[in-house]
Design a protein around this ligand. Structure first.
Ligand SMILES: Nc1ncnc2c1ncn2[C@@H]1O[C@H](COP(=O)(O)OP(=O)(O)OP(=O)(O)O)[C@@H](O)[C@H]1O
Length: 267
């Protein structure tokens, strides 16, 4: 579904993405992990078509640059790390922004857009905030509202083979809402779509992702199932920090423990 071939990106005089080639199929949640500055957001921006790059990125076999913005809006949503917010807008109005493309290209009535937006408030625990101004939300509530906007954007009569790009979508969320949000992303991927998400929480990544992509200094350092690529050796090298990997006590997923600097606190 998303074919990336020989993609390199320079920012200023620095090469931040260096010759990345990979193929990502629909039906997967893919977690992009790596240290600060590894190039994760830059790569996501390139997939979103927001920044220039060398190499090719094809979505559904068609070069990303050949897609018209209105067409792309119906099949690809982007949840940015620091999404700009217009002051004075309510949560419902923000989520309805996700339907702007449908109103413009399909003449979707505002009432239909509103119904779709309202439906996405509930699974992200936002119903009580529908008419709250977004500048009155906490960081986590606002992050959930942006996720609801993206989910509303990608709601179609013909679900499947859509692309959701999410940059640290759970960074501001408490543990309950992290799982609530990832459950939605997981369900969206399982419905035949591709979710590509940048994540710093390795245990969440390994619990929800079908595929984990390891990025270091702009280069691909591994890609595959978490149990294959998220070894203690690979993760310790990726983060230059000693890591231990064990099995989750109840689930068949690996769990990561980073060694505390200077040893554990005495209890
Ligand atoms: N606009 C810019 N101009 C110049 N350099 C930039 C720009 N944006 C990012 N960079 C540099 O590109 C590199 C990759 O940044 P990027 O934001 O992609 O990293 P990241 O892996 O997403 O990091 P983090 O985990 O901290 O969010 C970094 O070294 C950063 O300093």
């Amino acid at each position: 579904m998303l074919d990336i071939h020989g993609v390199s990106i320079d920012r200023g005089d620095k090469r931040v993405i260096d010759d990345i080639t990979m193929r990502l199929e629909a039906g997967q949640l893919v977690a992009l992990i790596g240290e600060n500055g590894a190039g994760k957001s830059t790569l996501l921006h390139a997939f979103a078509g927001d920044i220039p790059y060398a190499g090719t990125i094809d979505l559904h076999g068609r070069n990303l640059s050949a897609w018209r913005a209105a067409q792309l809006a119906g099949i690809r949503a982007v949840m940015e790390q620091h999404a700009p917010v217009a002051q004075g807008m309510t949560v419902l109005e923000l989520v309805m922004l996700g339907r702007f493309w449908a109103q413009q290209t399909r003449g979707e009535p505002e009432s239909v857009s509103g119904d779709i937006a309202k439906r996405w408030l509930q699974p992200l625990n936002l119903t009580q905030f529908a008419h709250t101004h977004i500048d009155q939300l906490s960081g986590g509530e606002l992050q959930r509202a942006h996720l609801a906007r993206c989910m509303a954007q990608l709601e179609t009569n013909l679900p499947g083979e859509q692309l959701l790009l999410a940059d640290e979508p759970t960074a501001a969320l408490d543990i309950h809402h992290q799982h609530l949000a990832l459950h939605q992303l997981r369900a969206f991927a399982s419905a035949g779509n591709l979710v590509l998400t940048v994540m710093h929480d390795l245990n969440l990544a390994m619990s929800y992702a079908d595929t984990v992509v390891l990025l270091k200094n702009g280069q691909l350092h591994g890609m595959g199932k978490s149990r294959d690529v998220c070894t203690a050796v690979a993760l310790s090298a990726l983060y230059e920090h000693p890591m231990h990997v064990a099995q989750h006590p109840a689930l068949s997923v690996p769990m990561v423990f980073a060694e505390p600097k200077g040893g554990a606190v005495r209890q």
